[in-house]
Design a protein. Structure first.
Length: 344
């Protein structure tokens, strides 16, 4: 059964082949209208553009890339150094803002060393620049008080009012007594200068423009009053012992105290140095010498008409002149002066 079926199919296949070769089968076939089937659009990639170097047809499909032998690739023994960045590429304006971190240009190095605060330099002194100020001054052994000052770059004028402190008057009394070799003069001068008033005026010359080294002279007037026992005054003036007369007067109940009215005129010569701080605070320090130029003593015994008698008057006048001469001739003392002023 199977053999017959296979034989029949073989005969049929040969028959169809014969008809196909001579065209009798195609001519006998009736024409049929074909209905096109709907096609769904598919997204196909566009064909690759053809290049002159590799002309290929659209029907050719490129094959897989050739396999490479890993063993043929040789690895260098030492690693290559990393490539340096191209400065022209990184600095190109077309790449600005492409990275998340902005590239800042290097700035000038910041000085970390602390600089000292600028010192306040005094204003430049001009030739006609006069400045007024108030001052506090002391000058051993004659003066301690307040006053005013007027100064320009080279000249300074001052005037002050004050007193001679007790320590100053004691120092002057001892100096004059030592120079005159008259120890009895020291207590008399201390008593004479007990209550005093002093006026002092000075002028200084600066050797440079503005504060610095300077030299000057001051005039001093000292008005004083005091009381001293008559025997001490007569002993200091006449260098005679009047104690027996004083003892007799005391037995009679008369206690004679001489009252002194004294005026001293002196001059101080000195040199020193001055500073101007913050353009307003003025300080100067000086060393020098005091010279007593004139002394005026006026003695009053309080004896009334007895004082006007010739013997008593002669003794009193002689004592006044001797005291004036002794103090004037031996009126020398060192000077140590310090002044503070505020200039406007």
């Amino acid at each position: 059964m199977k053999l017959q079926l296979s034989t029949t199919l073989l005969i049929l296949s040969f028959s169809l082949t014969a008809f196909a070769q001579d065209g009798s089968f195609e001519e006998s076939a009736e024409p049929r209208a074909e209905i096109p089937e709907p096609q769904t659009p598919t997204s196909t990639p566009p064909p690759l553009p053809e290049t002159e170097s590799s002309p290929t047809s659209s029907s050719e499909v490129p094959g897989p890339p050739p396999e490479t032998d890993d063993s043929a690739v040789t690895t260098p023994a030492t690693p290559l150094p990393p490539a340096e960045p191209n400065p022209s590429f990184s600095d190109s304006p077309s790449f600005e803002g492409s990275s998340t971190e902005s590239k800042e240009e290097p700035s000038e190095p910041v000085q970390t060393q602390l600089q000292p605060p600028p010192s306040v330099a005094p204003r430049e002194w001009q030739t006609n620049d006069w400045r007024f100020g108030v001052m506090a001054a002391t000058s051993l052994p004659t003066f301690s008080g307040l006053g005013f000052t007027l100064q320009n770059p080279h000249v300074e004028i001052s005037v002050g009012w004050g007193v001679m402190p007790k320590y100053y008057s004691n120092f002057l009394a001892k100096t004059v007594a030592d120079l005159s070799d008259n120890p009895g003069l020291e207590p008399v001068i201390k008593d004479v200068l007990m209550d005093n008033r002093v006026i002092r005026g000075g002028i200084n010359y600066r050797f440079q423009k503005g504060p610095g080294w300077q030299a000057g002279i001051s005039a001093v007037k000292i008005d004083s009053s005091g009381r001293t026992p008559i025997d001490d005054a007569l002993n200091a003036a006449l260098k005679q012992d009047f104690s027996p007369i004083v003892d007799i007067l005391e037995q009679l109940g008369v206690n004679i105290q001489i009252e002194h009215e004294t005026t001293l005129f002196g001059a101080e010569f000195y040199g020193g140095y001055s500073w101007l701080i913050n353009d307003n605070f003025y300080i100067d320090f000086s060393l020098g010498l005091l010279r007593v130029l004139k002394t005026e003593f006026e003695i009053s015994t309080g004896l009334g008409d007895l004082e006007e008698t010739a013997p008593i008057k002669q003794i009193i006048d002689g004592a006044e002149k001797d005291l004036e001469r002794t103090v004037t001739e031996n009126g020398y003392a060192p000077v140590l002066a310090l002044r503070f002023a505020y200039l406007f």
